[in-house]
Ligand binder design. Sequence first.
Ligand SMILES: C[S@@+](CC[C@H](N)C(=O)[O-])C[C@H]1O[C@@H](n2cnc3c(N)ncnc32)[C@H](O)[C@@H]1O
Length: 412
Amino acid sequence: MKYQVVRNYQYDYLGQSYASMYPNLHRYPATMLPQIGIDILKEFKVSKGILLDPYCGSGSSFASGLECGLTEMEGYDINPLAVLISKVKFTKLSIQRIIETRQIFRNDLYEFLKDESNITKLKRPSVTNIEFWFSKAVISNLCAIKYFIDEIKNEYIRDFFFIPFSETIRECSYTRNSEFKLYRMKSEDILNFNPDVIGVFFKKLEDTIYLYTNFYFPKLAAAKVKVKVYAAAFRPQSKLFDVVLTSPPYGDSRTTVAYGQFSTFSNEWFGIKNARKIDQMLMGGGKSGYIISEGLIADDVTQIAKIDYKRALDVSAFYNDLKYSIQKVAESVNKYGKVIYVVGNRTVKQVLLPTDQFIAEKFEENGFKHLITYERAISNKAMPSKNSPTNECGKTMNTMLYEYIVVCEKIK
Ligand SMILES: C[S@@+](CC[C@H](N)C(=O)[O-])C[C@H]1O[C@@H](n2cnc3c(N)ncnc32)[C@H](O)[C@@H]1O
């Protein structure tokens, strides 16, 4: 049957932002608007069953599920920072307990900071080139905050405090904050950069408490919600899912949207061993020894190979990973279950890669029927919309102006 793409203006959400529904507790690259998930789940009448998000990032699919009455959800992401954000947003915590912990935390921290020699006793984390990215004073204060967060006994409350801590790390480092990738500030800006680390942390803690209390807690309290998030790639289990809602990486994790690089400092400060290697571990981050030669993407990849063979191998690595991931997801869905993938199509070496169609094709090869693909204009996605596909300085091209919502149903 002919692959059907419908331009659907309802899904553009012009002028709406992520924050208008579920403000994020922490910045994250390429987040999905929860509104997309809500409307598509409603359109396909999904209001019960277990939801899976195999690339959950900061967890917008769980917000969508929750709004549509789903209470049991499971997410996977290789990036530990993403898992932390999702976990904190969708775990019901006692606000009273957070407030009490904040009081004890504040007293202990200020008491500790009164004696400067205390700081010298703290262990520094193993952050690569730490003094290139942080001043000595910032390192000391971050170490003190981390020390007292680690002292919090309850795992979930501890994770809650790690959210403002992670934001503070980035804000107080020499990284340019407007970028997702790590770029050091100019030397002249560094000279005048003297952040009040403790002040920044407590301000961010207040913000996190406010957002959690007003936007997440009421929803979590109203329904018995069970969201489990794992820091791993998805693997099939005995359990089957009724709906999959996800926005997978677009194949540019090593170049444009570097999830791992964005999260490096936080992950290193948290003590994650492979923090610097996350982008290589993500989908398409590995190497392929061959160029994809079958399926609808083959011609496009061959065209890229004529211009840049190495790049074609990278592109092949991504589509191979995506294909295997789809196989695993497909076998984990109940009959008549829906899968919804929200994805963008990249341009590499001026060849437009139809990832939406690839996804539909792979699900069809694995017992699904493609129902529809909606095309929506991107207006608010927090990601670069331009790059230099030819790698020629100054030459840019729009990489993604539209996004695709691919819907398939399991029929076998
Ligand atoms: C487009 S983002 C998801 C954003 C998410 N919907 C949100 O709103 O925050 C894609 C995510 O896939 C994750 N990822 C990439 N490869 C993965 C893999 N093989 N297994 C699990 N997660 C992966 C990345 O770390 C990233 O968080």
